[in-house]
Write a protein that binds this ligand. Structure first.
Ligand code: HEC
Length: 185
C-alpha cells in the first residue's frame, strides 16, 4: 500500500487517537517554542505528514519502545496503560507502509569482481590459456557460506598487483608474434 494514496482510516485514527496522546505526552517539550533536541513534533498535523517525516518518527518509535520518551520528568504513557502500545502500534503500522513518492529506489548493485576460480575459467575460455598462477591470488572471502558474493568480494591492493602481473603473463602467452618481419631486398 502506497503512502501517496493516502489512507482515510489512518488519518482519522491520527486525529482521534494519536494526536491527543502526542499533545499529552510530547508537545510540552517538542513544541514550537524552544523545542528539546530541536525536535518539533507539533508540525506533524496529519498521518501523511508523519509518513513524510519517517526518519524522525522511526526514531521516536524506538524511543517509545525503549521507554526513553517521554523522559522521566514528563508524564509517561506507562507500558501498563494502553497508550504507549497504541502510539507504538499506530506508528509502526503507518511507517511500515510503502512510500511511493518519487521514482522507485531499488538501491545499488555492487560492482563485483570474479573469484579466483571464475578468473581462471574466464581466462581459459577467452584465451585457451590455463592460467595456474590464479591460485596465487589471495583466498576469496566467504559470506553466508559462499565465496562469490559481490558484496563480500573486496579488492585488496595485493590482488590488484597480482591482476597486473597476471595480465602481462597471460598476454605474453596468448599473443605469439613471430618477431618483426625483415625487409625484403
Ligand atoms: C520533559 C520533556 C520531554 C518530553 C515530554 C518528551 N521529550 Fe523527547 N526529548 C527530550 C529531550 C531533553 C531530548 C534530547 C535528549 C535525549 O535524546 O534524551 C529528547 C529527544 C527526543 C528524540 C530524539 C531527537 C533527536 O534528534 O535525537 C525523539 C525522537 C523524541 N524526543 C521524541 C519524543 C516523543 C515521541 C515524545 C512523546 C511521547 C517525547 N519525545 C516527549 C525531552 C522530552
Amino acid at each position: 500500500m502506497c503512502a501517496q494514496e493516502g489512507n482515510p482510516q489512518r488519518e482519522t485514527e491520527f486525529v482521534q487517537k494519536i494526536q491527543p496522546l502526542l499533545k499529552k505526552y510530547c508537545y510540552e517539550c517538542h513544541g514550537e517554542v524552544s523545542p528539546q533536541a530541536d525536535l518539533i513534533l507539533t508540525k506533524y498535523q496529519t498521518g501523511q505528514q508523519v509518513l513524510e517525516g519517517r526518519k524522525v518518527w522511526l526514531h521516536a518509535v524506538q524511543m517509545l519502545r525503549d521507554n526513553e520518551m517521554p523522559p522521566d520528568r514528563g508524564e509517561k504513557p506507562s507500558s501498563a496503560k494502553p497508550e504507549r502500545g497504541l502510539l507504538v502500534d499506530w506508528l509502526t503500522a503507518a511507517l511500515a507502509s510503502n512510500d511511493c513518492r518519487g521514482a522507485p529506489e531499488p538501491g545499488r548493485v555492487t560492482l563485483r569482481r570474479m573469484t579466483r576460480y571464475e578468473y581462471r575459467n574466464s581466462v581459459r575460455d577467452l584465451t585457451m590459456i590455463d592460467y595456474e598462477p590464479a591460485k596465487d591470488f589471495p583466498a576469496d572471502d566467504t559470506g553466508y557460506g559462499f565465496d562469490n558474493i559481490g558484496d563480500v568480494l573486496s579488492l585488496p591492493p595485493i590482488l590488484l598487483e597480482k591482476y597486473l602481473a597476471a595480465a602481462e603473463e597471460i598476454a605474453a602467452k596468448a599473443i605469439v608474434g613471430e618477431g618483426p618481419t625483415k625487409p625484403v631486398a
